[in-house]
Design a protein around this ligand. Sequence first.
Ligand SMILES: [Zn+2]
Length: 210
Amino acid sequence: MFIGHFAIAYLVYYLYPNIPFWVALLGVSFPDLLWPIFVILGIEQVKIKSNSPLQKDLKFTHYPYSHSLVISTIIAFVFGGVLSFLLNNWAILILFPILSASHWVLDIIVHRKDLPVLGFSKKDFKVGLGLWNHGRAAFILEYVFYVTFTILFAPSSLIFLLFILGTIFHILNANSFLGLTKKNLFAKGKYTYPIITLLGFGLFIIIASL
Ligand SMILES: [Zn+2]
């Protein structure tokens, strides 16, 4: 999931506008910002099929830190603590791990059964409802969810920008739902896909916070 995560940032910022907007955006993206860095460092692993661009064909073989509920929330708590200290805003200490955990909860809807709950136990169990198996439905539902939350909860001065931004990024991401190309354009090398993920989330956050 991509733009859908930002819908939750708009809701949380609507309820608690005492944190900077960019912190809300960073919080909901946090697991998908950790993940590419951990993949590049060799701490986590993914298998990408070169003959399919679909998200359902990404095999997240090992991502116990960035995408487990418990470990990723602990990392977010530590990171949020540092951020709240630097910005002298203690609301961030509480809200940052919640924003990050919302990422995991929303990922359950689309991912196959590959999201670990604990992240540290051999007896860990994994969850995922697999909406990505139905690419067209997933594409439409994520967009409707994003647009609804943008209209209801985004800061009024930013609604139009965030609507356009979300639409552009969702269209750029369409191939991973709809399989328009027969090949995965980002399967080359070990680092292309993680770098594209990092760029996608990073650019969205930067543009939306301008
Ligand atoms: Zn994710």
